[in-house]
Design a protein around this ligand. Structure first.
Ligand SMILES: NC(=O)c1ccc[n+]([C@@H]2O[C@H](COP(=O)([O-])OP(=O)(O)OC[C@H]3O[C@@H](n4cnc5c(N)ncnc54)[C@H](O)[C@@H]3O)[C@@H](O)[C@H]2O)c1
Ligand SMILES: [Zn+2]
Length: 361
C-alpha cells in the first residue's frame, strides 16, 4: 500500500501512508504567513521531529513547544504552560498548533488549541499506534482532572490528521500492545473478520500496520459520523472503557508503574465481556475465546478485593453515566455490540472477580 489513503470525517480528513507529508505540505499553504507551533514531548522530539521537519519545508521555522511525556502530565498545569508559551510567542487567531505525539499530546494539544483565543486551528500527527487508530480521530479533546480521566474537554476536530505509519518503528512493544487493545475493541464491537485477523497476534511488518490503521480508523470514523456528540451509537466505542477507565485512574493514582491506557482497557474488555455473557447471553465459547486471546497479549494485573469499592465509585463518576447507575456497552456476539445496558454493582464485582480468577490460572 503506497498510495495515501484518505478518509473523510465529520468536518475534516484523515490521511494515512508513507507519503502523507506531501499532503501536509499542501495543507499548510494557507498558513504560509502564520505562526506555526509544534507540540512534542521528549520522545517525539527525539524520534519524530527531524523526520517531520525534513520532509515538510513549511515547518522549517516552526516554534517547538516541548512538554514532559506521560498521562500524569495531561493536566491543567501543563495546559497553562502551553497557553503561556503561545501567548509569550504572540500566537494569534491565525496561528496553527501541530500536535506531534501520542494520545496525551493530541488530546491536550487539541484542547489547548480549542480554547486559546476561543479556538485556533490544530493539526494532528499521531505517533503511537493508539493515537493513530483512535485518539487523534473523532474530535474528542481534553485533559484529566482530580484523578479522573478526560474530565475537562470539548468536541472539536483538527483541520487534518496525518498518519505516518513508520513513526511506529521507534515505539516499544508495550506501547504497541496498548494501541492494539483499541484495535481489538474495534473488531469486537463491529467486525468479526477483523477480530479473527487480530486475535492471532500483533502484526509484525509495517505493511500490516497500514492495513490495521486504515481498518480501525474506518471503523471508528463510521461510528463517529453517525453520532459525533455521543448521544447513542458512539457509545459503542466505550466497550471496555467503563471498567477500564476506573482501573486506569486507580492505577495512575496508586501504582509506581501505572498501567497504560490500552492495558487498562484490555482488563476492562475482559470484565465487560463477562458482563455481556451474563446480561446479553454472549455465548460461553465466545467469552472464553475473547478472554483467553486478550490475556495472551497483556501482563497480569491483580485487582485487590479491597479496591473494588473505589473502582465502583470511579465508574459512577465516569462522565459517560448520565445517572448514578452504571451504564455499559456490551457484546451480543463477536462483531456486534449494544449500548445502554444498566448493570448492577453486584454483577460488576462478579466480573472483576472473573478477571482475577483467570489470572490465577
Ligand atoms: N480522544 C480520544 O478519542 C481518545 C481515544 C483513546 C485514547 N485517548 C487518550 O490517549 C492517551 C493515550 O495515548 P498514547 O497511548 O498514545 O499515550 P502517550 O501519548 O502517553 O504516548 C505513549 C508514550 O510513547 C511515547 N512516544 C510517542 N510516539 C513515539 C514514537 N513514535 N516513538 C517512541 N516513543 C513514542 C510518548 O512520549 C509516551 O512516552 C490517553 O490519555 C487516552 O485517554 C483519547
Ligand atoms: Zn480508549
Amino acid at each position: 500500500m503506497s498510495k495515501v489513503q484518505s478518509i473523510k470525517t465529520t468536518h475534516s480528513e484523515v490521511f494515512i501512508g508513507e507519503h502523507v507529508f506531501k499532503v501536509l505540505t499542501e495543507y499548510l499553504t494557507p498558513y504560509k504567513d502564520c505562526k506555526k507551533f509544534l507540540l512534542v514531548d521528549e520522545n517525539t522530539l527525539q524520534n519524530c521531529t527531524t523526520q517531520l521537519i525534513s520532509q515538510v519545508k513549511a515547518l522549517e521555522n516552526v516554534e517547538i513547544i516541548e512538554i514532559e511525556s506521560g498521562e500524569e502530565n495531561k493536566t491543567l498545569d501543563i495546559c497553562y504552560q502551553i497557553w503561556k508559551t503561545l501567548s509569550d510567542y504572540k500566537a494569534d487567531r491565525n496561528s496553527v498548533l501541530i500536535n506531534l505525539g501520542g494520545g496525551v499530546i493530541t488530546d491536550m494539544g487539541g484542547f489547548v488549541a480549542s480554547t486559546y483565543k476561543r479556538g485556533i486551528d490544530f493539526i494532528n500527527i499521531p505517533t503511537t499506534l493508539l493515537s493513530q487508530i483512535d485518539a487523534s480521530v473523532g474530535g474528542k479533546v481534553g485533559i484529566d482532572f482530580d484523578d479522573l480521566k478526560n474530565m475537562i474537554g470539548v468536541f472539536n476536530e483538527p483541520k487534518g490528521v496525518f498518519i505516518y505509519p513508520p513513526f511506529l518503528k521507534t515505539l516499544d512493544k508495550r506501547q504497541m500492545l496498548s494501541g492494539y487493545a483499541e484495535a481489538l475493541k474495534h473488531a469486537l464491537i463491529t467486525d468479526k473478520k477483523y477480530w479473527k485477523n487480530l486475535k492471532g497476534g500483533l502484526l509484525s511488518n509495517s505493511e500490516d500496520w497500514e492495513n490495521l490503521i486504515t481498518t480501525s480508523v474506518n471503523i471508528k470514523n463510521s461510528i463517529v459520523l453517525k453520532d459525533p456528540k455521543e448521544k447513542k451509537e458512539r457509545k459503542l466505542l466505550n466497550f471496555g472503557h467503563t471498567i477500564g477507565h476506573a482501573i486506569e485512574s486507580y492505577s495512575l493514582k496508586n501504582d509506581s508503574l501505572p498501567l497504560l491506557h490500552g492495558e487498562a482497557i484490555a482488563i476492562g474488555m475482559v470484565c465487560e465481556t463477562y458482563l455481556s455473557h451474563l446480561v446479553l447471553e454472549l455465548s460461553a465459547a465466545n467469552l472464553k475465546e475473547i478472554s483467553s486471546s486478550i490475556l495472551s497479549f497483556y501482563s497480569r494485573y491483580r485487582l485487590d478485593d479491597n479496591q473494588f469499592h473505589q473502582l465502583i465509585e470511579l465508574m459512577k463518576h465516569d462522565k459517560k453515566n448520565e445517572t448514578s447507575s452504571i451504564n455499559f456497552t456490551l457484546l451480543k456476539e463477536i462483531g456486534l455490540a449494544e449500548v445502554n445496558h444498566e448493570v448492577d454493582v453486584e454483577l460488576i464485582i462478579e466480573s472483576l472477580n472473573y478477571y482475577n480468577s483467570l489470572i490465577k490460572k
